[in-house]
Design a protein around this ligand. Structure first.
Ligand SMILES: Cc1ncc(COP(=O)(O)O)c(C=O)c1O
Length: 381
């Protein structure tokens, strides 16, 4: 839902609609209230700290994958910071210990190597182990931590039940953009293998990938599943969604710079780039929705929308529109808050997109951040 006038936006730019974000946060708050579970924002998915004051009102804190994210969580967002990485280095663990409340290890080797060192830095840390329940419910292998050959989480075969001293929690993250049913399937598999260890634990972290704020998500069933789990095991429950926090709240506003006659169809070259500004479009890959567009040839004018970088494959997708595109026409891509801003780069020296917040209460678009030469240069030497 586009509530602002894209003509008022200097492009290329992200615009996050604060009102839509609050609607998502209200859904998450309902889950918190009905279950007593704590919900953390996964910074890897959405780390727009200018919105931290709003997000912190609803959520319990953040989850981090690196010392930098942990520090951002501690300094900009209120609440708890939970950190996990597939492996910590000798230097990372010292920094991450300083900023975290929970540290989750991906192996018993890492636990043995780092638990005492981390505790020396921060006495109040609580430690956990990530589990791989080996119940694959994902359809895209690169987004499926339970896919065969995965390095993410300790498999039952490698789980050392005699090495649980100082371990207060277990964690799994197995979902990607999924409704509650796959979660129930994973939870059943997890409990069959690891349920017997939960009596020794204080908390259980069910990771992210829960698409809680999607229209068809069964929030009631999620709440029932968590409440039933809590009846079976007396534990503090955590969820750490990234995508569900920012789902459908952000827009990428771009401008057509040129229209070229390709051998098969017209190509509109935009002032944005899939490679630099929306890398998930190519990595996942997926075709973002553009406002007032349809699939090719469904509407009168069909175009391939492409980026301004030198990469031949810098293509966003093929779309049709009622009106002709011309240099200066605005194209607005939807659902561009999560896994976009956190993934942008300055390939070809292309400027990063501006970051804006739209506030429906004032009907104003506030320019939060512009980027320039120094941002490009400071990543190089
Ligand atoms: C350990 C962990 N927690 C949370 C998340 C957030 O997942 P999502 O943004 O899909 O909710 C991820 C995503 O990769 C993750 O790896």
């Amino acid at each position: 839902m586009l509530n602002f006038d894209p003509e008022k936006v200097k492009t290329p730019a992200f615009v996050v609609d604060k009102g839509l974000l609050i609607k998502n946060l209200e859904v998450l708050e309902k889950v918190k209230k009905e279950t007593g579970a704590k919900i953390l924002l996964a910074l890897k998915g959405f780390a727009m700290f200018s919105l931290a004051p709003v997000i912190s009102k609803y959520l319990n804190g953040t989850c981090a994958s690196s010392p930098n994210e942990a520090r951002l969580g501690r300094e900009e967002f209120k609440g708890e910071v939970h950190s996990y990485a597939a492996a910590f280095s000798d230097t990372d663990i010292l920094k991450i210990a300083k900023y975290s409340d929970h540290i989750i290890f991906n192996s018993f080797y890492q636990k043995d190597k780092f638990l005492d060192k981390a505790r020396e830095i921060n006495k109040s840390l609580s430690f956990g182990i990530r589990i791989n329940p080996e119940e694959s419910v994902g359809s895209i292998p690169i987004y499926d931590p339970s896919a065969p050959g995965s390095r993410l989480g300790v498999r039952f075969e490698n789980f050392d039940e005699n090495n649980l001293s100082n371990i207060e929690g277990l964690h799994f993250h197995c979902l990607c953009e999924q409704n509650v049913h796959p979660f129930i399937v994973v939870l059943r598999a997890f409990e069959e293998k690891f349920g017997k260890y939960l009596g020794k634990m204080k908390w259980m972290n069910f990771g992210g990938g829960h698409h809680i704020t999607r229209k068809d998500y069964d929030v009631e069933l999620l709440c029932k599943t968590i409440n039933d789990f809590k009846k079976r095991y007396d534990l503090e429950v955590y969820l750490e969604p990234g995508e569900a926090v920012a789902l459908n709240t952000g827009f990428m506003v771009s401008t057509v710079l040129d229209v070229i006659k390709g051998s098969d169809m017209k190509i509109a070259v935009l002032d944005t780039s899939a490679a630099a500004h929306m890398p998930d479009v190519m990595e996942m890959p997926y075709r973002p929705f553009a406002i007032d567009s349809d699939f090719p040839y469904e509407k009168k004018h069909t175009y391939r929308l492409a980026g301004l970088s030198c990469l031949a494959g810098d293509v966003i997708g093929e779309y049709s529109f009622d009106s002709e595109l011309k240099p200066g026409s605005k194209i607005v891509f939807t659902d561009m808050a999560h896994y976009t801003m956190v993934k942008t780069n300055t390939f070809n020296g292309i400027n990063l997109p501006d970051i804006n917040i739209y506030d429906p209460q004032t009907d104003k678009i506030e320019l939060i951040r512009e980027f320039g030469y120094e941002d490009f240069k400071s990543r190089l030497s």
